[in-house]
Design a binder for this molecule. Structure first.
Ligand code: CA
Length: 226
């Protein structure tokens, strides 16, 4: 997944970049509106994180320029102002979501994942890896064509792993995705381990090719073994 950040506050831009990179996204940064438009028009991205107050060309104009060129990537607007007009203008101009500064990083990550998820859902409702398939519309899960019964939490974790196929996801981001950030995330990360254990019993135990892998101290990933 490729993400473009257009943000002139260098320290903030680089902080967002490094957080997203640690979540295994490929990230590029533009520090003004002109450069942002140029990058977005010449390269393909899956998501744009766009500040409103920018030198050379403001965020709303960037957005309008891209939509005019039929660039349909999802856009998350960042705004220092909590002015309702800004949000309305942004959404009118074709932004998909917005976040008011200052924001917490987990909040940003949650918005990013949700926007990327929305895009992939419109593309396909069946996600597969090896001989495992899940249907994101009906929540049906099959391994080697045989239906597997999962609890809603197990399903949510499996779906999240599959959206992030071949990429490590931290226990914290799984917890946040499944339970939201209204819970004690420290406790929830332990719940994640329990659910993963149960998920493995249902998905992997009867099969020689294990799909769910643990990276100790980091998190989990779903990956097809060579
Ligand atoms: Ca700015």
């Amino acid at each position: 997944m490729r993400i473009l950040i257009v943000e002139d506050e260098e320290s903030l831009a680089l902080r967002i970049k490094s957080v997203l990179e640690s979540e295994n996204y490929h990230v590029e940064v533009a520090f003004d509106g002109d450069d942002g438009v140029e990058k977005a028009l010449t390269e393909e991205y899956d998501l744009l994180i766009l500040d409103i107050l920018l030198p050379k060309l403001d965020g709303i104009s960037v957005l309008k320029a891209l939509r005019k060129e039929h660039i349909r990537l999802p856009v998350l607007l960042l705004t220092a102002k909590s002015l309702i007009e800004d949000k309305v203008h942004g959404l009118d101009a074709g932004a998909d979501d917005y976040l008011t500064k200052p924001f917490a990083i987990p909040e940003l990550l949650a918005r990013v994942r949700s926007l990327l998820r929305r895009t992939s859902e419109t593309k396909t409702s069946v996600l597969t890896i090896a001989d495992l398939e899940i249907n994101t519309s009906t929540h049906e899960v099959k391994r080697r064509g045989v239906p597997v019964n999962l609890t809603p939490k197990e399903y949510a974790i499996l779906e999240f792993l599959l959206y992030n196929k071949n990429r490590v996801v931290s226990r914290l981001s799984i917890a946040e995705h499944v339970w939201g950030d209204n819970f004690d995330l420290y406790t929830m990360t332990n719940f994640v381990d329990v659910h993963i254990k149960n998920l493995r019993k249902k998905i992997d135990d009867q099969d020689e090719r294990k799909l769910i892998q643990t990276l100790h101290g980091v998190g989990y990933l779903i990956k097809e073994q060579e």
